[in-house]
Design a binder for this molecule. Structure first.
Ligand code: BGC
Length: 381
């Protein structure tokens, strides 16, 4: 009898050690409960290991929530589709919703994901700063929160962010504009205008900052002339990333400053805005200016191929979604967040960022860039 008890104590201790070492809590299984009851004397060992590896893991068929800001650009539509299919293919259940660019709608959607018992919430915020309390509520409920494509600011309720380098994206846009001007418009100086993205999106000021790090020295030495004088992000931003607002601003820049001048180039933060800028220029009777872009949207890939838009930047959605799912699988297995590439302070904490490389696309390299993307490759003809 005594022997048997000792043996079971030994076995139970071994089990605790294994569970603690692998970080798999197996929360709620009767096995673990029994183990915990028998091994109260082992508290010190268990506690030490628990502190080093607090993540518990969760069921392989758990529900994962994905909250997207809107479906207004191709990248978000792709993310909507890919999260649904790839999360299910990985064995999870998925709740994927988009918030129509409205902060309260996104807050409610996240709130209901919490009520539905999701284990991870993936968030592309409408406004990087407005989800602080709902995400902290999620974190308090033991839900892991991963920022997707955009940083989650001013909250402790975030475990990591997956995105394409946002300052790097802007640098590529600025450099593409400079290269395009030299290539297409002959000798400078060049008349240009600057556009930014939606000011609530934390990417938008970073895209602009990256681009200006390349363009500002050329403005200073006179190679580039911003004829309107509008060079601050706040003057150049496009509320809500709304293409029609960008087109209206371009119309008034052209009628106000270019009635007797050619416009040679425009910095554009994404493809939808690039097409709005190009359309406004054509309608004003201008030669098409050199315009940058972002997202490699189908329509813009065709415009780049036909020479109507000079460049775009590819940031493949499937790579970003796969990276996110890889992190979710690590959390599920109880292995915690993998090591990030870099850290960014979000105003409340240092957040680990998993950063993928964006690539510039022009007519010259398009076939090469899309070699493994049959859908886009097919547009190059
Ligand atoms: C994304 C871009 C997108 C823009 C507007 C940004 O945060 O990085 O890919 O074009 O939002 O939807």
């Amino acid at each position: 009898m005594k022997m048997k008890k000792q043996l079971s104590l030994l076995l139970a201790t071994a089990l605790v050690a294994t569970v603690a070492m692998t970080g798999c809590g197996g929360r709620g299984t009767s096995e673990t409960k029994e183990t915990e009851a028998v091994t109260t004397t082992e508290e010190t060992t268990t506690e030490e290991t628990t502190t080093a590896e607090p993540e518990k893991g969760f069921a392989a068929d758990a529900t994962i929530g994905v909250s997207l800001p809107w479906l207004g650009t191709q990248n978000w539509k792709e993310a909507d589709e890919m999260f649904k299919t790839q999360l299910e293919a990985a064995g999870f259940k998925a709740i994927v919703q988009a918030a129509d660019n409205k902060v309260p709608q996104q807050q409610q959607q996240i709130e209901s994901m919490i009520q539905n018992g999701v284990k991870v919430i993936v968030v592309g915020p409408v406004d990087g700063t407005q989800l602080g309390s709902v995400l902290e509520e999620a974190a308090a409920a033991g839900i892991a929160v991963i920022g997707y494509d955009r940083l989650l600011e001013n909250t402790t309720g975030v475990d990591g962010v997956v995105q394409f380098g946002s300052v790097k994206t802007g640098e590529l846009q600025g450099q593409a504009l400079l290269d395009g001007l030299a290539k297409v418009k002959g000798e400078g100086p060049y008349n240009i205008e600057l556009f930014g993205g939606g000011p609530a999106d934390p990417n938008a000021p970073n895209f602009f900052k990256g681009a200006m790090s390349v363009l500002q020295p050329k403005i200073d030495d006179g190679t580039l002339v911003v004829v309107s004088g509008q060079t601050d992000f706040t003057q150049c931003a496009t509320p809500d990333w709304d293409n029609s607002k960008a087109q209206a601003r371009m119309d008034s820049l052209l009628s106000g400053f270019y009635s007797d001048k050619e416009i040679h180039g425009v910095l554009s933060p994404n493809d939808g805005i690039a097409r709005a800028i190009i359309t406004a220029s054509e309608q004003a009777g201008q030669e098409i200016p050199v315009v940058s872009g972002l997202d490699a949207e189908n329509e813009s890939v065709q415009w780049v191929w036909s020479g109507r838009q000079y460049s775009t930047v590819a940031k493949p959605t499937d790579a970003l979604v796969s990276k996110t799912i890889e992190i979710i699988k690590s959390l599920q297995a109880g292995n915690g967040m993998p090591a990030p590439d870099t850290n960014v302070n979000n105003g409340k904490k240092d957040v680990g960022v998993f950063e993928l490389p964006p690539v510039v696309v022009t007519k010259e390299n398009a076939k090469e860039i899309f070699a493994n993307d049959p859908g886009r490759l097919d547009l190059l003809k």
